[in-house]
Design a protein. Structure first.
Length: 299
């Protein structure tokens, strides 16, 4: 259970004062800039080789963030037509360090006792050429981000990832390394499931707090112009998805964004969803591409 100072959530960039670069490190082409759409500061990490440019928390490998929240929220946008890599070092209850990595460079899931590597499939805007290609072509599912890739709220259930894939118990988040090519707004940890599509008044009306669900804190939220809906503008991916019988071995939207858009906020809770045949076919294809293959050592 997170200490009191980490509840109900911890705004990681704010708490560790990322902009001062005293408790965090940067290497290569990392810059703070104002994003017109998000109306605020974002960090741009870019470079021809992902490992050569990165933003890292904490500053050195001997330190630890010590964040115990079950969910890690990453608000980010992959750069169009580029590849990116993210590394998370987490400690189990037995204090073994496990690295969880995800990238659109990875073609398949790989696993060892100390390293999990997940392919990240970048979604394209619904109905776009890239979206249509992804539905019909195996190549469209993996690789560089599409031109119209959207800002994404990625929710990683660190407790479930360690439990499902390694049969380990989650202790705390030790470090985060965000490698090019990414735009990043923020990081947050919490024991609550934040649903960005639910407003504070809807959450109160439906008494969602008793179910461990809350609206996205304002300082972590993406802006939604009047008359628009959050889910029409941005991507929400929860991994692993709640209610899935088997763990999926890639991180992507079509099966891992089980937040139904509905007028009833209770229906917007993360829940199992009925999938259309087109989505089921796509999932089957993704599962073939990303079926786990044990490897003797991390590459």
């Amino acid at each position: 259970v997170p200490a009191a100072w980490q509840r109900p959530y911890l705004n990681v960039f704010k708490h560790f004062r990322v902009e001062e670069w005293k408790r965090s490190a940067r290497e290569g082409d990392v810059a703070a800039l104002t994003d017109a759409r998000l109306k605020g500061t974002v960090y741009r990490i870019r470079g021809s080789v992902p490992a050569s440019s990165y933003l890292q928390l904490p500053r050195t490998g001997t330190q630890s963030l010590g964040l115990a929240g079950r969910y890690l929220y990453l608000l980010f946008r992959p750069m169009p037509r580029k590849h990116f890599v993210v590394h998370l070092d987490v400690a189990t209850e037995e204090n073994q360090v496990v690295r969880i990595s995800f990238s659109n460079l990875f073609k398949e899931f790989k696993s060892t006792a100390t390293w999990l590597q997940f392919p990240f499939v970048c979604g394209a805007a619904k109905g776009s050429a890239a979206d249509r290609a992804a539905r019909t072509s195996r190549r469209g599912l993996v690789g560089a981000a599409p031109a119209d890739v959207r800002w994404t709220c990625l929710v990683l259930d660190l407790h479930s990832i360690l439990s499902l894939y390694l049969n380990r118990r989650y202790g705390h988040l030790k470090s985060v390394k965000l490698c090019s090519n990414l735009l990043v707004k923020n990081l947050c940890t919490s024991d609550l499931v934040f649903d960005p599509g639910v407003t504070f008044s809807e959450a109160q009306q439906a008494d969602l707090a008793c179910r461990g669900v809350a609206p996205m804190p304002r300082e972590m939220a993406f802006p939604v112009p009047k008359g628009e809906k959050w889910h029409d503008l941005y991507d929400y991916i929860r991994f692993p998805s709640e209610g899935s019988k088997l763990p999926y071995d890639s991180i992507q939207k079509s099966c891992l964004g089980p937040v139904a858009v509905s007028e009833d906020p209770v229906q917007q809770l993360p829940q199992p969803v009925t999938l259309t045949k087109a989505v089921r076919d796509r999932l089957s294809l993704i599962h073939q591409i990303t079926s786990p293959k044990a490897v003797s050592a991390p590459w």
